[in-house]
Design a binder for this molecule. Structure first.
Ligand code: GDP
Ligand code: MN
Length: 398
C-alpha cells in the first residue's frame, strides 16, 4: 500500500528525520491559509498523488505570494496529474501540501528497499539526487552506494557513517546523516514497509539535512499489525477495481485485456493468464479467490470481474485439492443463477470429485462452456470472445 508524501513525512519525522514545515489543504483557499500559518515569503505547493515525477509534470510549484498559491492550486485541484509513473490515465489531485521553500546546495538520493537476493533491507544512495534512480543508474552508475543491513543488529552507526562518507557528506553533518539513515531504517522495520525513498534529501544553505520529498510503501499483508498505517489508505489513488477487491478480501490485479479470470491459487492464476496469451487472448485481470472457493466467494468474484466493462468472456479455472469440484461447481451455478452474466462463461475443473462437478454444471441448465484441459479452456475462452466480437450485438446491464 502506498501513502502520500505528507503522510510519509509525518511518519519519518517521528523517527528523527528532519522535514520542512508544512500544512495540508483541500482547497485553494485553505492552501493560502496554510501559507499564512506557516509564515515566510516563499512556499512550495505540492500535489499529493501516489506517484513520483510530479515536479516535471507540473505538480510541484514554487510560489511567492498567497495569490500565486491560489492560482497554482486552482490549476491543480480536480485535475488529473499525468507523470511517467501514473500511466496515461493519471491520478486525481484532491489534496495539496504547502511547505516553506528551502534553499539547498546539494540533492541526495536515498532509498531503502527489500533486496531479495541478499534477503536484507538494502540502502541505495547517490550523491546525484533529484533524478529518478533509474536515470542515475544509467547515467552515473558510479555514484550509487549500496549497503545491506544485518537484521540481527539493525543499521549500525559505523555503517551509517560509511554511507555518509561515501556520499561526501561534510563531517559537520555526519551525525545528522546517521540519524536520518537510522530513522528511515527503523521506520522501515517497525512499520513493515517495503520501500522508503527520500529524493531529494538536501543539504540546505544553512547547513541542515532535510527530506524535501518522501515516499513509503507498506506490505499489505502486514497492515493488520499497523492500524494507524492502514488508516492512511487513500482509495482515490487506487485502481477502483483493485480497491473494491481489497475490500472483499480478494487478491485482484486489473489488466488491460478482455478475458476475465476466476482462479484459486496465485500460481494457477499466473498459469491461466499465460495460457490465455498462448491461445491468442489477453487476460482482463489476475484474480486469486483463495482455497475456499465457497459459493459466496465465487459470486463475489463474478461480480468483481463483471464490473470491468472490458470483460467479454470469463474463464473459471479451479483445481480442487483440499476443495471438492462438486462444491465449487455448486458455487459457480449458484453464483450465476443469483447474478446472471451476459458474457460466455468457460469452466475448467480438475482434481477431487471432478466427475460430480461436471455433472452439476451440465445439469444446471446454464449455458456454461465446459473444458477438460487448461489449454482447451483458454482456446474456448478466446474463441468465445472472438465470436462475440463478430456478432457485436452485446448489451450490457450491470
Ligand atoms: P517529485 O517530482 O514527485 O519527486 O517531487 P519532489 O518533491 O521531489 O519535487 C521535485 C523537485 O522540486 C525536487 O527535486 C526539488 O528540486 C524541487 N523542490 C521541492 N521542494 C523544494 C524546496 O523547498 N525548495 C526548492 N528550491 N526546490 C524544491
Ligand atoms: Mn522526488
Amino acid at each position: 500500500m502506498d501513502i502520500h508524501e505528507y503522510q510519509a513525512k509525518e511518519i519519518l519525522s517521528k523517527f528523527g528525520v528532519t522535514v520542512p514545515s508544512g500544512g495540508l489543504a483541500y482547497s485553494p483557499e485553505q492552501a493560502a491559509y496554510r501559507a499564512r500559518e506557516l509564515g515566510g515569503n516563499r512556499w512550495i505547493v505540492k500535489a499529493q498523488v501516489h506517484a513520483g515525477g510530479r515536479g516535471k509534470a507540473g505538480g510541484v510549484k514554487l510560489c511567492s505570494s498567497e495569490h500565486e498559491i491560489q492560482d497554482a492550486t486552482n490549476e491543480m485541484f480536480g485535475r488529473k496529474l499525468v507523470t511517467h509513473q501514473t500511466g496515461p490515465e493519471g491520478k486525481g489531485i484532491y489534496r495539496v501540501y504547502v511547505e516553506n521553500a528551502v534553499d539547498f546546495n546539494r540533492e541526495i538520493y536515498l532509498g531503502f528497499v527489500l533486496d531479495r537476493t541478499s534477503q536484507r533491507v538494502m540502502i541505495v544512495a547517490s550523491s546525484e539526487g533529484g533524478m529518478e534512480i533509474e536515470d542515475i543508474s544509467a547515467s552515473k552508475p558510479e555514484s550509487i552506494v549500496r549497503s545491506t543491513v544485518e537484521p540481527a543488529v539493525g543499521l549500525q552507526e559505523f555503517q551509517a557513517r560509511e554511507i555518509a562518507f561515501a556520499l561526501g557528506i561534510p563531517t559537520s553533518l555526519t551525525q545528522q546523516m546517521v540519524r536520518t539513515l537510522q530513522g528511515c531504517y527503523r521506520a522501515f522495520r517497525e512499520l513493515d514497509a517495503t520501500m522508503v525513498e527520500i529524493n531529494p534529501l538536501v543539504i540546505t544553505t544553512d547547513n541542515r539535512i532535510l527530506a524535501l520529498d518522501a515516499k513509503m510503501t507498506f506490505d499489505g499483508n502486514a497492515l493488520f499489525r499497523h492500524p494507524q498505517v492502514a488508516e492512511l489508505r487513500d482509495k482515490s489513488q487506487e485502481d477502483p477495481r483493485e480497491a473494491r477487491a481489497a475490500d472483499r478480501g480478494l487478491a485482484y490485479i486489473g489488466l488491460a485485456g478482455n478475458i476475465g479470470c476466476i482462479v484459486n491459487g496465485a500460481g494457477l492464476a499466473m498459469a491461466t493468464m499465460d495460457t490465455i496469451k498462448l491461445a491468442g487472448g489477453e487476460p482482463a485481470n489476475f484474480l486469486d479467490i483463495g482455497g475456499g472457493a465457497t459459493p459466496e466467494r465465487v459470486a463475489k468474484a463474478f461480480r468483481l470481474v463483471m464490473s470491468d466493462e472490458n470483460v467479454q468472456a470469463i474463464l473459471v479455472n479451479i483445481f480442487a485439492g483440499i476443495n471438492r469440484c462438486d462444491w465449487v461447481a455448486e458455487g459457480v451455478v449458484q453464483a450465476l443463477k443469483a447474478n446472471p452474466v451476459d458474457v460466455p462463461v468457460i469452466v475448467r475443473l480438475a482434481g477431487t470429485n471432478v466427475e460430480e462437478g461436471q455433472k452439476i454444471l451440465a445439469q444446471s441448465g446454464l449455458p456454461i462452456i465446459r473444458a477438460g484441459s487448461l489449454m482447451e479452456a483458454a482456446e474456448r475462452a478466446v474463441g468465445a470472445w472472438k465470436n462475440d466480437q463478430k456478432q457485436n450485438t452485446k448489451m450490457r446491464a450491470i
